[in-house]
Design a protein around this ligand. Structure first.
Ligand code: SF4
Ligand code: SF4
Length: 517
């Protein structure tokens, strides 16, 4: 038989059509069961506090006098001011906001390197709003089993009523969320009235509509899909964890081999771990995952599985902590005990003392493990930025001056031979009170100053009225007699002073003369 000239190799493309996995797995609907326990209580507390701050802050008042808004927290885009209680930030002071963002970023690193994704599990807006939407869902449709039953049931009036009510309440929450956001940008009571009387700016309605849609879709419909597929943080956070970071961990060194019939299995002489395979930890998980499969990108470290498993352990009369916050180091140390340093499969008997309690050789988390070079370095940088910002806040000027020399012409020779330069001088009164300041020229002998629009003032100084919280722009001319000019441009300064408050500011300037640049 004639042999083919071409040899066929045993090879298959890694993405061949017959073995290719879909990039996006179809969603399996999750029906998280209500958990109870200390972590759940802590999450309730965080939820109430964070939602309370978000919804109520725009309604807090702060008296700044008659010349400034009385809203405690206000981002006044029209006037380019940010008010935060007693602090008022001008655009040129935006570095304070940038500094706070830097602190938030470093704080996130610090938190993640110590307690894992605590941000995701407790305070991320997505987590908080999903939690809130789940409260509504449970109140209307019941807990996990009732919701699964309702989902499977054919459409009826009762099902339709529950579904419509649930979605209606979700939409109301979403509208309130979008509404609360715009109140941060204008006087909240006035804007609320304007929104209802259809007198608010179109941008306000567009913002409310956008946030309503995103809150409803992300919090009500997409839920865990946002964390798994849309959020970059799960990918980034892996770089911040180390072997001493706390993460929610299934302690298989004491849980395996799991058995639903632990007594029978033990009676048959087989080793059996503490996990009774009840799936309580899976049922409460808002991400729908099984922590017993190990660390997963989807786990937001909400610790509800800890609460669920602790309840099971309580019922079984065993120590809590089969699922617990643990570091990788502790986990590996305990695993080494259970497996004889990897020489055999997990033997639960190895981790127990003759009394049945966990052996003294088992490592437990200790607070001192939080204090390690990495976390101390994060904390040090975070504190330094914070102290720096605080110091800058304490010493910042509330009276500023900026000087811009006229570009064309740079000087004018007057009929008597004297030389005149023109400047645009901006005086910023950064307090919500009017004040009268003195503007003068310093460092230029025999200089006379005239201000456009002001006739009565001394030759080298002037009293200037400043409106509260405003910038005043002056056209200022400085002149030197012919005989007083030097051969080169001369440096001098404009000084502004508040005689009552004692504040001063100065702006450097140059006096240009003929023949020089
Ligand atoms: S596995 Fe546990 S900690 Fe992770 S998301 Fe699920 S319930 Fe929360
Ligand atoms: S809740 Fe605890 S005992 Fe039940 S399956 Fe989960 S880990 Fe095992």
């Amino acid at each position: 038989m004639e042999r083919s000239a071409v040899e066929r190799l045993e090879a298959e493309a890694v993405n061949s059509a017959k073995s290719r996995q879909p990039l996006y797995a179809p969603r399996k609907k999750i029906f998280p069961k209500r958990a109870s326990g200390s972590f759940r209580r802590f999450k309730w507390l965080v939820m109430v506090v964070t939602l309370g701050i978000y919804y109520l802050t725009p309604w807090l008042r702060w008296d700044r006098g008659p010349h400034a808004p009385d809203q405690a927290v206000l981002l006044d885009l029209a006037n380019r001011r940010f008010y935060f209680f007693m602090i008022e930030i001008w655009p040129q002071e935006f570095f304070f906001v940038a500094g706070l963002l830097v602190m938030a970023g470093i704080g996130l690193f610090l938190i993640t390197s110590t307690v894992g994704r605590a941000w995701c599990g407790y305070t991320c807006p997505q987590t908080v709003w999903v939690d809130l939407f789940l409260v509504i869902e449970r109140a209307i449709e019941g807990d996990r089993n009732a919701r699964i039953k309702l989902e499977a049931a054919p459409w009826s009036f009762a099902k339709l009523w529950k579904r419509v009510t649930k979605h209606l309440v979700w939409v109301l929450i979403a509208v309130a969320t979008g509404g609360a956001w715009v109140f941060y940008f204008a006087d909240a009571p006035s804007l609320l009235k304007d929104l209802f009387t259809l007198e608010a700016a179109p941008v306000a309605y567009i913002t409310v509509a956008l946030l309503t849609v995103t809150t409803y879709v992300f919090g009500g419909l997409m839920r865990e899909q946002v964390c798994t597929y849309m959020c970059p943080w799960p990918r980034i956070q892996a770089a911040m964890l180390d072997e001493n970071s706390l993460t929610v961990t299934y302690n298989d060194w004491r849980g395996e081999p799991r058995s639903r019939h632990a007594k029978k299995t033990a009676a048959a002489g087989e080793s059996v771990g503490d996990c009774v395979d009840c799936n309580a930890c899976v049922a409460v998980c808002p991400m729908g995952i099984d922590i017993r499969d190990g660390q997963q990108l989807e786990c937001i470290t909400c610790a509800l599985c800890i609460d669920a498993c602790d309840s099971v352990m309580d019922k079984l009369g065993k120590e809590r902590g089969l699922i617990s916050y643990a570091t990788l180091n502790d986990y590996q140390a305990n695993m080494a005990v259970a497996t004889g340093n990897g020489t055999h499969a997990i033997d639960p008997a190895k981790v127990r003392a003759p009394s049945g309690k966990l052996s003294d050789r088992i490592a437990h988390f200790h607070l001192r493990k939080l204090f390690r070079p990495r976390t101390l370095a994060y904390f040090g940088v975070w504190s330094l930025v914070g102290i720096g910002l605080f110091y800058a806040l304490l010493i910042r000027d509330r009276l500023e001056i900026s000087v811009l020399h006229d570009r064309n012409p740079q000087f004018v020779t007057l009929s008597d031979g004297s030389i005149r330069n023109g400047y645009t001088v901006k005086l910023s009164n950064m307090i919500p009170e009017p004040r009268t300041v003195t503007l003068r020229v310093e460092g230029l002998r025999r200089a006379t100053m005239t201000i456009s629009g002001m006739t009565e003032h001394a030759p080298d100084s002037a009293e200037v009225e400043l409106a509260p919280d405003r910038v005043k722009t002056l056209k200022v001319f400085v002149a030197l007699p012919k005989y007083a000019t030097a051969a080169e441009a001369m440096s001098f300064r404009f000084v502004v002073e508040d005689p009552n408050g004692g504040e001063t500011a100065q702006g450097n300037a140059k006096f240009q003369v003929p023949g020089r640049r």
